[in-house]
Design a protein around this ligand. Sequence first.
Ligand SMILES: [Zn+2]
Length: 231
Amino acid sequence: MALPATPHSPGRLVVVQSLKRKRCAGCRRGPLSLLVLEDGAPRCLDCADLGHLVFLPRGDTALTRRSREGSALSAVVVRFNRRKSRYERQGVLVEEAALVRAEARCLADAEARRRRRARDARRRAVEDERFAVAFAAEILRLFPGCPAERARAIAAHASVRGSGRVGRSAAGRALTEGAVISAVVAAVRHVDTPYDQLLMSGVSRYEARRRITPAVESVLRTWQEAGEATG
Ligand SMILES: [Zn+2]
């Protein structure tokens, strides 16, 4: 049975992956795993002057495009899918030197992307650190009696990237007094009062906050006054 006609487009060579045990019409070599159909007759790659090309399986779009662009001669490799009754692309045949150059460029791109990601991560870490330092300084300005270690912990917690906590919000970014005070209040609530135990024991959030308000205010007052006493 003759092979179905291969898809044709001008300036594009098509090579067929054949499962049939065809022999080359030119040199009689065979069976051929890859062949070119010339006027319906199978020819081996050597007879078709494509024998020097190497196969690059489909899958890496950038590598395929660059390899083909760098090859003076290239071909598309297809295989006939009997069930779907159509040829399906398997890869390309390209010049080995072009493939090597394309691989080097793709590797360089991957390396460049990796370095850029590392640079971005370092820059974000520096930004986070600067922000946490500024946040801690603002806490100590408003609450001079707050232990420096606590201020640092609150600021670090509030500025964790992507957490959506107050420190990352626009207000926190601007280091408004409101944002700083909210972060301090939240920390005092969780660390210096039985707020968390109340919540765990089933007390409603509203009621728990009501019960601990005097304790929170007492801590905040101490932290504010300590500065006034020493300053
Ligand atoms: Zn041949």
